[in-house]
Design a protein around this ligand. Structure first.
Ligand code: NAD
Ligand code: UDP
Length: 335
């Protein structure tokens, strides 16, 4: 059986569906801090399969032990954590606690129950700034600025040290670039309310919940002045996890892979793709640059390509069409 922490969240729920489609038995832990129980029903609706669900916080060690006691887990996909960069500046202690303390508890419990396969959700934010493009996994990390990124960098280091102390562990660290899109049913997706990310921001505008779309900076030294990121479809991202698990089981050790598309798109390019597919003009307002934003970055994905035999197959149009399908479902549900 596989344990998915944060399995009701955006990426975790997509991973659960992929695992169920491969006839794996899945248990999920989630405290619903950024999701709710409706996701469980949707997972069931999409996969026609059931999962075991435990509501609780990874920081509660006795709860975690109880769950591990009930099952023979072979693998943990560890998605649970807080993920808003901007919120992490406002509430750094909660970010360090939710991300780092949770991971420490999880590792100690895994060790106690001899569960050694771990796939961890890291982030491209660990790289910090001023690296030559595209970013490769062997770049020397610069101390990142946001508490969110610091928590991810700290956990990566913690995993490396922990592995050296117990080489039974097999660990895959996945550095995500910008996951977007959703399952083709449109039923599950990233939470948009309260999010300051680009796609949720565009969707809030299209739902009439924002008078304009803020463009944070049009004076970067990029082809059109707006920020450039590497967007990857969440289903491709999840496939990378499946490849990573296979790899660590076969090769053992601890490994790091970038998961992105390897291509950069500017904010203006993304917005015009939405305009094209939604057939509506988006009213944009250029605002000052967001604090801490980098001008442009994208991934070198050749390591994941070679070692995991993985490559993204869903292009930017599919990412946006799936997001719009999710928007349609949100409208139908009157959310
Ligand atoms: P998400 O917020 O949608 O999902 C995280 C889930 O974990 C939520 O359902 C939340 O309720 C749960 N959770 C949070 N803290 C918990 C705790 N202490 N105990 C139990 N459950 C808890 O986030 P996501 O977009 O699915 O991201 C998954 C992981 O990937 C996170 O670790 C995130 O930092 C990382 N990541 C995400 C992105 C992105 O853009 N979405 C980019 C890079 C890295
Ligand atoms: N962005 C924007 N308007 C928004 C939200 C984001 O112009 O309402 C820009 C942001 O400045 C960045 C890009 O879109 O250049 C991606 O931002 P997001 O927050 O989605 O991801 P991150 O910055 O964390 O990579």
């Amino acid at each position: 059986m596989i344990l998915v922490t944060g399995g009701c969240g955006y990426i975790g729920s997509h991973c659960v569906i992929s695992l169920l489609n491969q006839n794996k038995k899945v248990a999920v832990i989630d405290n619903f801090v950024n999701s709710d129980k409706s996701v469980l029903k949707k997972i069931n609706l999409i996969s026609k399969k059931n999962i075991l669900f435990y509501k609780g916080d990874l920081r509660q060690k006795s709860f975690l032990s109880d769950v591990f006691n009930k099952h023979n887990f072979e693998t943990v996909f560890h998605f649970a954590g807080l993920k808003s960069l901007s919120e992490s500046y406002k509430n750094p202690l909660e970010y360090f606690s939710a991300n780092i303390n949770s991971t420490i508890n999880l590792l100690q419990t895994m060790q106690k129950y001899k569960v050694y396969n771990l796939i961890f959700s890291s982030s491209a934010t660990v790289y910090g700034q001023d690296h030559p493009l595209p970013w490769t996994e062997d770049i020397k990390l610069k101390f990142p600025e946001s508490p969110y990124a610091q928590s991810k960098a700290f956990i990566e280091n913690l995993l490396l040290k922990y592995y050296q102390s117990d080489m039974n562990f097999k660990i895959g660290i996945l550095r995500y670039f910008n996951p977007i899109g959703c399952h083709s049913s449109g039923l599950i997706g990233d939470r948009i309310d309260g999010s300051t990310n680009l796609i949720p921001s565009i969707m809030l505008y299209l739902l009439g919940k924002k008078p304009y779309l803020p463009i944070y900076g049009n004076d970067y030294k990029t082809k059109d002045g707006s920020g450039i990121r590497d967007y990857i479809h969440v289903d491709d991202l999840v496939n990378g996890h499946i490849g990573a698990l296979k790899y660590i089981i076969e090769k053992k050790g601890i490994h790091i892979w970038n998961l992105g598309s390897g291509k950069g798109y500017s904010v203006f390019q993304i917005v015009s793709k939405f305009e094209e597919h939604y057939k509506k003009r988006i009213f944009k307002k250029v605002m000052p640059r967001r604090e801490g934003d980098l001008s442009e970055y994208w991934a070198d994905i050749s390591k994941a390509g070679k070692e995991l035999n993985w490559s993204p197959s869903l292009d930017i149009d599919k990412m946006i069409l799936d997001s719009l399908n999710h928007l349609k479902k949100l409208k139908e549900a009157n959310l």
